[in-house]
Design a protein around this ligand. Structure first.
Ligand SMILES: Nc1ncnc2c1ncn2[C@@H]1O[C@H](COP(=O)(O)OP(=O)(O)OP(=O)(O)O)[C@@H](O)[C@H]1O
Length: 253
């Protein structure tokens, strides 16, 4: 993958390592020397086997954990804590409040920012629900929505409060194959409609090729980048699979 120039770089990781303290003397390195940059509105997929540190990296980009080495920058500014410009969307979109309607869910997030009065918040919430094609469902409760609709509300809520980066940690992992495919299609549609920078973690090569404009393949032992791929019509499952299997084999011999 080519190095981006400064003006094009939206999110950058420079020599990032993440360690967890096991006890006073021992620590465990979950991620080692990770470097990459992406442009705004990229759909970046982090792909790799269990335990390679994908979630740790997402949490560090979210500002929930600090890298033990290196820096993470958004718009050239170092990320040191969570912020409204980055938002997590969780599995099955369970973060929606079951006792609030679609509109109230978006309003609740907006009022929590304490940056907007009620009248403007209502205008903004309706505007974002329109963007995600849910205006006619604004008075429905989450249990009255399909999975794809819940995802749309969850993402509308993030975008309404000013999130520019949507962080998704295996959001479709627990779904059956048919529902998963539908949710992937919905997510791509939603991205086309609203445009946001997406960081998506998965174990699935098929999902990575379908959703990503870029894929970063992680290996284990040590957990670092094996390859960065710009996805195009020639990107093949076999190529990615062989990179991942080679690393696993090397790990086990
Ligand atoms: N809070 C923690 N304290 C100690 N070790 C941790 C902590 N969180 C994660 N780890 C370890 O760091 C490594 C990377 O974990 P992480 O969850 O980031 O991997 P992952 O690639 O997302 O895995 P999975 O695909 O199974 O979710 C694992 O070995 C894990 O056990």
């Amino acid at each position: 993958m080519t190095q981006l120039n400064k003006e094009d770089t939206f999110l950058s990781l420079e020599d990032v390592s993440i360690s967890y303290e096991i006890d006073e003397k021992k620590s465990y390195k979950a991620i080692e020397n990770v470097d990459f940059q992406i442009k705004q509105f990229e759909r970046l997929v982090l792909l790799g086997p269990s335990g390679c540190g994908k979630s740790s990296l997402l949490k560090a980009i979210g500002g929930f954990i600090k890298p033990s080495h290196g820096s993470i920058k958004l718009r050239q500014k170092i990320i040191s804590k969570p912020g409204l410009d980055r938002a997590f969307v969780f599995q099955e979109f369970d973060q929606l409040l079951a006792w609030k309607t679609v509109l109230e869910n978006v309003l609740f997030a907006l009022s929590a920012t304490k940056k907007i009065d009620k009248k403007d918040a209502t205008i903004k919430a309706k505007e974002f629900l329109k963007k995600v094609n849910l205006s006619s469902f604004k008075n429905n409760y989450p249990h009255q929505l399909s999975g794809g609709m819940k995802m749309r509300v969850a993402i509308a809520r993030c975008l309404a409060i000013g999130a520019e980066v949507i962080l998704m940690d295996e959001p479709f992992a627990s779904l059956d194959a048919i529902t998963r495919k539908k949710m992937q299609d919905d997510l791509l549609e939603l991205w086309k409609d609203t445009k946001f920078t997406m960081l998506f973690v998965t174990h699935s090569i098929d999902e990575a090729i379908k959703l990503g404009s870029k894929i970063i393949i992680f290996g284990t032992n040590p957990s670092q980048i094996l390859k960065q791929i710009d996805v195009n019509e020639f990107t093949s499952k076999d190529e990615i699979s062989s990179i991942m299997h080679k690393n696993q084999t090397e790990y086990f011999i």
